[in-house]
Design a binder for this molecule. Structure first.
Ligand SMILES: O=S(=O)([O-])[S-]
Length: 126
């Protein structure tokens, strides 16, 4: 049976652990994490981004994450802890499920940009 976006989100949210902004900040402090902002570049330009985050729009994610791809971003390593966020946590859940399907083992959805900023997480210009 065909799935709709609600089904896909439910699947992604049950597969990918969601972290609160406080838990996300703890993981960031621990150091060795890759923070991925999956919003589109136009959105990131408007708000800036989480300090140290890499902006990979969801459309490019598989290509940046696959070491066999000519578009691979070497920051993507399958054994690395990956913290994903978007604007509200939907796209990052779907992106997290995709990374898990690609063999990434420590993938977390840290939610939406605004909730992270409201929790005091540092930002920087895009
Ligand atoms: O960024 S989003 O969760 O609104 S798709």
């Amino acid at each position: 049976m065909a799935k709709n976006v609600k089904d896909l989100l439910a699947e992604a949210n049950s597969a990918v652990q969601k972290l609160s902004p406080t838990e996300a900040a703890e993981k960031m402090r621990s150091g060795d994490v890759l923070i991925v902002d999956v919003r589109d570049p136009t959105e990131v330009q408007q708000t800036g981004k989480i300090k140290g985050a890499v902006n990979v729009s969801r459309g490019m994610l598989e290509f940046r994450a696959d070491p066999e791809s000519q578009y691979h971003n070497p920051a993507f390593q399958k054994d690395k802890t990956v913290l994903l966020h978007c604007a509200s946590g939907g796209r990052s859940a779907l992106a997290g499920k995709t990374l898990q399907d690609m063999g990434y083992t420590a993938v977390f959805n840290i939610g939406g940009f605004k909730e992270l900023v409201d929790a005091g997480i540092d930002t920087e210009p895009a």
